[in-house]
Write a protein that binds this ligand. Structure first.
Ligand code: URA
Length: 438
């Protein structure tokens, strides 16, 4: 086969065969196809799209580039994937809650890049916490503790690791076919039989509208089904940061508070919905109501928090952080954030808040950037809240005062006010499973 002919074929809108996709990806991995040919191929896919059979072939090829974990029959494995949001610390609560409810949770997460944070960075804010394990160690830890939270190893879908890095610098990330193969290959290779996907919709998300998000959801569900995985997609609003804490150590603290029963309405709604969907999919609850009761019970009886302590210890971390937040890396400065206008909060530009916090090293612009785990912000406002100029609306944590003051200016400009009262927004916009597609 000739790589140029395959690029041409896709560029002109034709469907590639499984053999052609395997040839292209495998030749790229072996070095026979160059970076610039792969870049051209990705751009052709970006514009022409892929049919479900092509996406399944690409996903399969990705999975076979590395190892696939198999859990023993009878072990009910389930995971959650989020397409990324500012202040999205749901995995930190959901993983121990789901494990305390009896699920086995093999969770492979990513690092933060750009405006969104990453679960791995948050976990590494816990002193000593290790996220780098071989696939065998990951499997053993997951089986022993019911949950393990790690990063993508060299053995897990290496094709995606290389191609995702190339997509990132060739403006080819937002392609439904490429997103589907990338997400699903990792979630299938890690061995999860049930997967709940939190698909963010809104200005800062991959999919800006619900109808575009539904198209992506259908591809995710059908691809999972092709590999025997049951996928539930929950569409959630990404027009505001989740909870109040944004920043690595701060988000872990908010998650611990949650596990102690101190809920905020938005994080509670999303955590309960996603965990309940995992339990329902896995058959551990007869209906949604029972699933939510199960989730609430393991918080009320302390077993979810106990599971979180167990994970921290199993992965080399200091579980005493659960009782003493001063064990997290400190931030030298705590600067008050004061409203600078009167009105009602109409919208929050989460992306801008994410970028503002990169300025105090709570996030990174480039993979090689270092982080200040103690930096970040606590922000109380939610859409619909009334603002009075001068009113305290949060706190900025940083180690560089000038950078902190700049971040505050940028955060304040991310709050858009209206002179008239604004209704509260729906957080959960819908759900989809295979049954909705038949
Ligand atoms: N997350 C992934 O892992 N891959 C994508 O392509 C997009 C989001």
């Amino acid at each position: 086969m000739n790589p140029v002919e395959l690029i041409l074929k896709k560029r002109n809108g034709y469907v590639l065969t499984t053999d052609e996709i395997n040839f292209f990806i495998n030749s790229y991995l072996s070095g026979a196809i160059t970076e610039y040919q792969m870049s051209a191929f990705l751009m052709a896919v970006y514009f022409q799209g892929m049919l479900p059979d092509e996406i399944t072939a690409l996903t399969d090829c990705y999975i076979r580039s590395g190892k696939r974990i198999e859990f023993p029959e009878g072990v009910i494995t389930a995971d959650k994937h989020s397409t990324g949001g500012v202040g999205d610390k749901i995995s930190l609560m959901l993983a121990p809650i789901a494990a305390a409810c009896g699920l086995t949770v093999p969770m492979i997460s990513g690092r933060g890049l750009g405006h969104t944070g990453g679960t791995l960075d948050k976990l590494e804010a816990i002193p000593g916490f290790q996220t780098s394990y071989s696939m065998e160690q990951f499997r053993d830890l997951t089986l022993k503790h019911g949950v393990c939270l790690v990063g993508q190893s060299e053995q897990l879908v290496p094709a995606d690791k290389r191609i995702y890095a190339l997509r990132d610098v060739t403006a080819t990330v937002e392609s439904p076919g490429l997103i589907t193969a990338s997400i699903m290959s990792k979630k299938i290779a890690e061995g999860a039989r049930h997967l709940v996907i939190d698909l963010k919709v809104g200005s800062g998300a991959f999919m800006p509208t619900l109808s575009r998000a539904k198209e992506l959801a259908e591809l995710l569900i059908r691809t999972g089904h092709a590999f025997g995985q049951q996928v539930t997609v929950v569409f959630t609003n990404m027009n505001a940061p989740l909870g109040t804490h944004i920043g690595n150590a701060l988000e872990v603290i908010e998650a611990i508070e949650y596990l102690k029963g101190n809920f905020l309405p938005d994080t509670q709604e999303i955590t309960e919905a996603l965990t309940a969907e995992m339990l329902l999919s896995a058959g551990l609850a007869k209906d949604y109501e029972e699933a939510v009761q199960h989730v609430r019970k393991v918080i009320a009886d302390g077993s979810a928090l106990q599971k979180f302590r167990e994970i921290i210890i199993a992965q080399g971390g200091d579980a005493a952080v659960c009782d003493d937040y001063s064990r997290f890396a400190p931030a030298k400065y705590e600067l008050p954030i004061l409203a600078n206008q009167d009105g009602y909060l109409q919208s929050i530009d989460s992306r801008s808040i994410g970028y503002a916090l990169i300025g105090v090293k709570a996030g990174r612009m480039q993979v090689s950037d270092s982080l200040d785990y103690g930096s970040g912000a606590i922000l109380y406002p939610k859409v619909g809240d009334q603002f009075t100029s001068g009113q305290p609306i949060g706190t900025l944590f940083c180690n560089d005062q000038a950078a902190g003051e700049k971040a505050i200016e940028r955060i304040l400009s991310a709050f858009h006010l209206s002179p008239d009262p604004v209704p509260k927004e729906e957080l959960i916009l819908g759900r989809m499973t295979l049954a909705d597609l038949q």
